[in-house]
Ligand binder design. Structure first.
Ligand code: IMP
Length: 194
């Protein structure tokens, strides 16, 4: 086993691996965690995603598998877009649904339906002494048309609660209140605690 961390505060200033194949997710996490003194390194382990209904189950299973392989402090993030009137679709299938039907496909499914939605981000951190699970949400609505060029995935059709612009139009707002930002802030706080 790796040398035990003397206390959780040791995570500050230590390298933690973010296991992801998604460069956008990595870049968002790197910027935010740097502010709390945590530097991260990207590693893509090509983990097979488990079939589950919840992002937190996917993140936990992947983090445990990743820790078995590299035995270093790490976290995995699983996220998705959950649309209320579609019973949470595309949810944990967000990545593959986007590939198959695209943003236009989602907009077509929503014709005549309510557009309330939320992004969910689940993080699972593992080291030799603890497993930390975090799950955060960002509520909003699906726009009528895709707009904006920033961000990734569903950003061009997601308008956060109380806003008028999509995440792809307003990167600053995304950085302030996204599901990932909330989850990463909570991770910083947990790792800073003794
Ligand atoms: P996974 O976490 O790798 O399963 O992929 C989640 C998918 O959800 C991504 O590929 C995106 O399509 C979507 N998604 C997750 N977070 C965001 C976000 O912050 N903006 C836009 N789309 C997102």
């Amino acid at each position: 086993m790796q040398k035990k961390l003397a206390h959780n505060g040791d995570c500050m200033g230590k390298k933690i691996f973010f296991i992801t194949s998604n460069a956008h997710k990595f870049s968002e996490a790197q910027k935010l965690l740097k502010k709390c003194g945590i530097s991260i390194k990207r590693k893509n382990l090509h983990l097979e995603e488990v079939r589950a209904q919840e992002c937190s189950e996917v993140a936990k299973a992947c983090a445990i598998e990743a820790y078995k392989r590299i035995r270093k402090p790490l976290f995995v993030e699983d996220s998705g877009l959950f649309i209320k009137s579609l019973n949470g679709f595309p949810g944990v299938y967000s990545a593959s649904v986007l590939q198959k039907i695209g943003l236009r496909g989602i907009l077509a499914l929503l014709k005549g339906k309510r557009r309330d939605a939320e992004f969910i981000c689940a993080i699972c951190y593992v080291d030799n002494s603890k497993l930390v699970q975090i799950c955060k949400r960002c509520k909003g609505k699906i726009s009528k048309m895709p707009s904006g060029r920033k961000g990734f995935g569903y950003d061009p059709i997601f308008v956060p609660q109380g806003g008028k612009l999509t995440f792809a139009q307003d990167e600053k707002t995304k950085a302030e209140l996204s599901h990932r930002t909330a989850a990463l802030k909570a991770l910083c706080a947990r790792l800073a605690k003794r």
